[in-house]
Design a protein around this ligand. Sequence first.
Ligand SMILES: Nc1ncnc2c1ncn2[C@@H]1O[C@H](COP(=O)(O)OP(=O)(O)OP(=O)(O)O)[C@@H](O)[C@H]1O
Ligand SMILES: [Mg+2]
Length: 196
Amino acid sequence: MELLNIQHIEKYYGSKSSLTKAIDDISFSVEEGEFVAIMGASGSGKTTLLNCISTIDRVTAGHISLENTDITTLKGKALNKFRREKLGFIFQDFNLLDTLTAYENISLALSIQKKPAAEIDKAVKTVAEQLGITEVLQKYPYQMSGGQKQRVASARAIVTDPKLVLADEPTGALDSKAARCCLSVSSTSTVSAAPL
Ligand SMILES: Nc1ncnc2c1ncn2[C@@H]1O[C@H](COP(=O)(O)OP(=O)(O)OP(=O)(O)O)[C@@H](O)[C@H]1O
Ligand SMILES: [Mg+2]
């Protein structure tokens, strides 16, 4: 079944005198459970594409649908609900909250959803075990290695069991074994950006 549909999207930054065409007419679709890798040189528009799908950024033209809902027109509460319930995002620079431990970073989204504490605890521990970060759960980001931070960021993205995981170069700081592990624990659809 088709999950994500991208129709002729364009994203321009700046205005006439200094226009950057970060995305220039891209269309593709992603099936449920499918893993899609977006590859391209630095500056080719990978992060921009993921940010448009995640609604962090707005497309200049075109349409993006998830489960047949056009997400380019969502606003307010509907937009927040979509981000919270359907999406997991792994940022290129991790974006962990410095004042929270790994455990708190991973559990935050579930806490916001007001899930029961026991359920949250079980979900965090399960995903931490899958990603091999059980021993860093009580550490703060500054106390973790780059690869550990990356795995915590991955855990945070998949712990809510989202429909779609968007991963911006999620394995840059990992050895190949940890990278395979990180990308295979989620059975949801994944769009992942990677450098050339
Ligand atoms: N806010 C912005 N304002 C103006 N130009 C921008 C903005 N964000 C990105 N760009 C430009 O859009 C283009 C695509 O950038 P993007 O970050 O999507 O590339 P990328 O493929 O993710 O690169 P990298 O592999 O280095 O992460 C670049 O030329 C960049 O300079
Ligand atoms: Mg990028």
